[in-house]
Design a binder for this molecule. Structure first.
Ligand code: AMP
Length: 392
């Protein structure tokens, strides 16, 4: 199964709407990380080089109030985009109406229009059919290239391609190919590493990966709910009491393939840890909280990862924002970076930041650009923005 891509389309002289992910981090009107803009360039460049009239649509931040609109004005991306490639960029400070329609009418082959933030339209997040139809009326073709948004059925991700022919761009094509490969036909052994704060955020993905992967390694804050399910003592560590029974279920289902931390780094206080030590898992003294996996767990995970041919990692092993509790996450990252002949996939979010901050970004086969979307994909859920694009 593969989706129709930009390469299958005759784009010359056509107006092509590209749903990109320009939801960049920014402060005081300055973009602090332009990776998302760079990630969209292969598709944009392909289109301009092949004579398309490109119209870029993206959301930026959350827009609920007039203040949010000022804060999340898409114009900050226009200069950045103009500096990163050679085609002319025209920013249109409107999401509908004569200014936008006129700009589209006057657009020439190889030019780019960047529209104002899609979320200025209240109908965007509700997938208002009228809005999807209106935006679609501006173009001949639609390209889905915002992987970070394909898990949302919005007017710009689903509404438009419900009205005009659609295809995926290079970024979404690669995401679907790599994540889909791991999910549907992984080279084995396939090892999943799941961390992060809460079991509740990862229920679907644990459930699905227990079925598909050969091993599932669990770290991070959610490991303590599993520890309680095994009768362990966890002090003041993160606990989701209402998920203890579910953790018991996972332990039973995952017998032999679910691996939990065997030791843990604990501290007396989250904000001001003056007393830090390593204790056995399930033996955390009262008044202490677990904030990272311990050295024996790092070794255990290293051994379980040896020889893996496919690895999917989502979620840090501890409170990696604090250097003293980042060791587990760093060591897992190093182990993955050192695996040979393995497809190593980072499912976006905090694990992606950790890999980049450690300077290991180029050591992985794939770092997903969509944390939420990659998790939903690994849960086995249909991604509406991908499902709407026809198969070849
Ligand atoms: P998530 O978004 O679910 O991947 O969770 C990421 C967050 O989990 C990060 O901000 C970490 O600081 C946090 N986290 C990881 N391990 C722990 C822990 N042992 N206790 C509290 N928070 C944790």
């Amino acid at each position: 199964m593969s989706k129709v891509t930009v390469k299958d389309m005759d784009v010359k002289g056509k107006h092509v709407i590209v749903r990109v992910d320009f939801n960049v981090p920014h402060k005081n009107g300055v973009i602090t990380d332009d990776n998302r803009v760079r990630a969209a360039l292969p598709t944009i460049n392909y289109l301009t080089e092949h004579g398309a009239k490109v119209i870029l649509l993206s959301h930026l931040g959350k827009v609920k109030t007039e203040e949010d609109k000022v804060k999340n004005d898409m114009s900050i991306v226009a200069d950045c985009l103009a500096a990163l490639q050679s085609a002319p960029v025209k920013f249109v400070n409107a999401t509908r109406g004569p200014e936008l329609e006129e700009a589209v009418k006057n657009e020439k082959e190889g030019e780019i229009i960047l529209m104002q933030n899609t979320r200025y339209e209240p109908g965007e997040s509700k997938n208002d059919p009228e809005l999807g139809k209106y935006w679609a009326s501006l173009a001949d073709l639609f390209v889905e290239d915002a992987f970070g948004s394909v898990h949302r059925a919005h007017a710009s991700t689903v509404g438009i391609p419900s009205n005009i022919p659609g295809c995926v761009g290079f970024l979404v094509e690669k995401e679907v190919e790599v994540l889909g490969g791991a999910l549907n036909d992984p080279k084995r052994p396939f090892v999943a590493i799941l961390g992060g704060a809460k079991v509740s955020d990862k229920i679907g993905v644990i459930e699905n990966l227990l079925k598909i992967a050969d091993k599932v390694l669990i770290g991070g804050g959610m490991a303590y709910t599993f520890s309680v399910a095994k009768g362990g003592k966890i002090g003041t560590s993160l606990l989701e009491e209402d998920k203890v029974d579910l953790a018991k279920e996972f332990l039973a289902k995952g017998e032999g393939k679910l691996f939990l931390p065997v030791d843990t780094v604990v501290a007396n206080d989250f904000d001001n840890p003056t007393d830090t030590k390593v204790v056995e898992a399930g033996e955390i003294p009262d008044g202490y909280m677990g904030l990272d996996i311990g050295p024996k767990t790092i070794e255990l995970f290293r051994n379980e990862l040896a020889g893996a041919k496919t690895v999917f990692w989502n979620g840090p092993m501890g409170v990696f924002e604090k250097p003293e509790f980042a060791v587990g996450t760093e060591e897992v990252c190093k182990t993955l970076a050192g695996l040979e002949d393995a497809t190593t996939i980072i499912g976006g979010g905090d694990s992606a930041s950790a890999a980049k901050n450690l300077g290991f970004a180029d050591k992985f086969s794939h770092i997903s650009t969509g944390g939420g979307a990659s998790l939903e994909y690994m849960e086995g859920k249909e991604l509406p923005g991908v499902a709407i694009i026809p198969e070849k």
